[in-house]
Design a protein. Structure first.
Length: 136
């Protein structure tokens, strides 16, 4: 699973207006869905400026590669964000987590781990991918 957060999106909305924010969200959603090839892969808006990506039966290394491609794809859009401390363009931070479920797995384990990895990305400078593999 990958949780994707648009860096400094509130500041983007406040600076450029909500209509520009909606256009930004639409462009990012289209770009994020483009590289997903398998019918089982799913990307959706998770809330606000966050997206969630579910990649069934994907190893951590492969999920990280997908997340890095997301990051590069969003940068390639070159959506101006002059007020961001991360760079001149809109960037994303991501948290990647993988789990092989067992009978002891808790329902929220994967989301919690991906969220924890996302916050690590944000705390260490944004515009990056952090990851965790859950061992049960």
């Amino acid at each position: 699973m990958i949780i994707i957060d648009i860096d400094h999106f509130k500041l983007f909305n406040d600076s450029y207006g909500h209509q520009a924010g909606d256009v930004c969200l639409t462009q990012i959603a289209q770009k994020l869905s483009a590289p997903l090839r398998r019918k089982t892969d799913l990307i959706a808006r998770y809330g606000g400026e966050e997206f969630g990506c579910i990649l069934p039966m994907t190893m951590l290394d492969n999920a990280i590669m997908i997340a890095e491609s997301f990051r590069a794809d969003i940068l390639s859009l070159q959506i101006p964000h002059a007020y961001s401390s991360t760079g001149s363009y809109v960037t994303i931070s991501q948290g990647v987590a993988t789990i092989f479920p067992t009978k002891d797995s808790l329902p929220g384990s994967l989301i919690n781990a991906a969220d924890e990895a996302l916050y690590r990305s944000k705390e260490t400078g944004r515009n990056k991918v952090s990851s965790v593999a859950i061992d049960l």
